[in-house]
Design a protein around this ligand. Structure first.
Ligand SMILES: *Cc1c(COP(=O)(O)O)cnc(C)c1O
Length: 411
């Protein structure tokens, strides 16, 4: 059922009748919060106190010298509480839940980052919390499951379908339908039925509201280009938001996986493999087969392997306001290595996708031009993936020894 439109062609809210009232109320609350300057002031205060905002805009002097072109600036979303931009969204929605007088939050999570962020928020605000996660992801992401449970959330392993993210989203909606009066669904990215895409993009706009001031202070003008990785699209929309009406070039970088020609990737807008579809309550470009079955995706970055993408980004892509590129797993590892060595900064595997494209383009720009890379998160969470990609022998020995200790019941 189509309850409301944000864009004529993309998005919408295809929701079951039983959620109709809840969505009317949610739209009203979001509208009221956006019209009320005190909401944003309270949000900024809380983000300053709890999540180190404003995050710095770091001049990457060594990388800039290395490439000999544009001056490269990094917007440090990794310095948020819990290590990524996800804090911006969950804390903002937490304030909204408080206003609505609800006491329970639920969320979907794939790699577990949004689940941890949401469980953290629930602990701080004193909400009950359930996190829906595909059973396969529960197996793969044990460290995040561990922290969600320690933070007091109930982690529900979803055994339906392929037992991954989209199955978790379906199950979370089922919970919401049953518990609408007490519960708010904290959607994790700028996808899903309206008003979630607009709500999440608006909360994430705190990134560009800061960076536009910071870059003007540093350079006296706007940057030439801004790069951000794109999973669902929330960090990219946050990084682009305040620049949409300027002539700053905006570049979204998707997961190229093993390469676009292999089919093993998660590039929806940078490849020709996606097509329009309606699923999970909204219309967007999905990676799906001719029967509308969602395709398997692949990326070294667990946070970028979603089959859909923000309807707002699809709209901006069609209008040619945002350009889309893809970075392969191999390119991502190289960009990560270079950034660590040159700047002492460890980007998340997701964020490293944005670095790849910026590094390709920086040499052909002038030192008069500044570019911003939105570093969505920190990479120490990725130690298992990164260490095995390096095939680091001492890491392997460490894991084997730890496993042996556990097997003997030691600590
Ligand atoms: C979740 C995540 C992403 C992908 O989500 P978007 O909604 O596209 O921003 C990117 N980077 C990091 C570090 C993440 O945790």
């Amino acid at each position: 059922m189509r309850a409301s439109h944000i864009h004529d062609d993309w998005g919408g809210a295809y929701i079951p009748e039983i959620l109709h009232q809840t969505f009317l109320e949610l739209n009203e609350q979001v509208g009221a919060a956006r019209a009320d300057a005190s909401f944003w002031a309270e949000y900024q205060r809380l983000m300053a106190e709890y999540s180190c905002r404003p995050t710095p805009l770091t001049f990457a002097e060594n990388l800039s010298k290395h490439f000999g072109g544009a001056r490269i600036y990094i917007k440090r979303e990794d310095l948020n509480h819990t290590g990524a931009h996800k804090a911006n969204n969950v804390i903002g929605q937490g304030l909204l839940v408080q206003r609505m007088g609800k006491k329970r939050v639920i969320a979907e999570t794939g790699a577990g980052q949004h689940g941890v962020a949401c469980a953290t928020m629930a602990a701080k605000f004193g909400f009950d919390c359930a996190i829906y996660m595909g059973a396969v992801d529960v197996q793969r992401q044990r460290p995040n499951v561990f922290w969600m449970e320690k933070l007091g959330a109930k982690v529900v392993a979803v055994e339906d379908g392929q037992r991954t993210l989209k199955d978790a989203i379906n199950e979370a909606f089922r919970d919401w339908v049953t518990n609408v009066d007490t519960t708010h669904y904290v959607f994790g990215t700028a996808c899903g039925p309206a008003p979630f895409p607009e709500l999440v993009a608006w909360l994430q706009s705190i990134i560009s509201k800061e960076s536009i001031i910071q870059i003007r202070e540093r350079c006296g003008k706007l940057p030439k280009r801004i790069y951000a990785c794109v999973g669902g699209g929330s960090n990219a929309l946050g990084a682009f938001y305040e620049y949409l009406d300027t002539d700053v070039e905006l570049i979204g970088v998707e997961a190229g996986g093993d390469g676009l020609s292999t089919g093993r990737h998660a590039a929806r807008l940078a490849s020709d493999d996606a097509s329009p579809g309606i699923a999970q309550g909204y219309k967007t470009m999905f990676l799906q087969n001719a029967d509308g079955q969602m395709r398997e995706t692949h990326s070294v970055a667990a946070g970028l392997d979603y089959v859909g993408v923000s309807p707002i980004l699809v709209d901006l892509w069609q209008k040619k306001r945002v350009r889309f590129e893809a970075a392969t797993d191999t390119e991502v590892m190289a960009a990560l290595d270079l950034t660590v060595k040159k700047e002492g900064i460890i980007p998340a595997l997701e964020s490293a996708h944005a670095f790849v494209q910026a590094f390709k383009e920086a040499p052909s720009l002038s030192p008069d031009d500044a570019i911003i890379i939105n570093m969505s998160g920190r990479g120490d969470k990725d130690i298992f993936t990164i260490a095995s990609a390096y095939d680091d022998p001492s890491w392997r020995a460490f894991i084997i020894e730890k496993a042996a200790e556990y097997r003997q019941g030691g600590r």
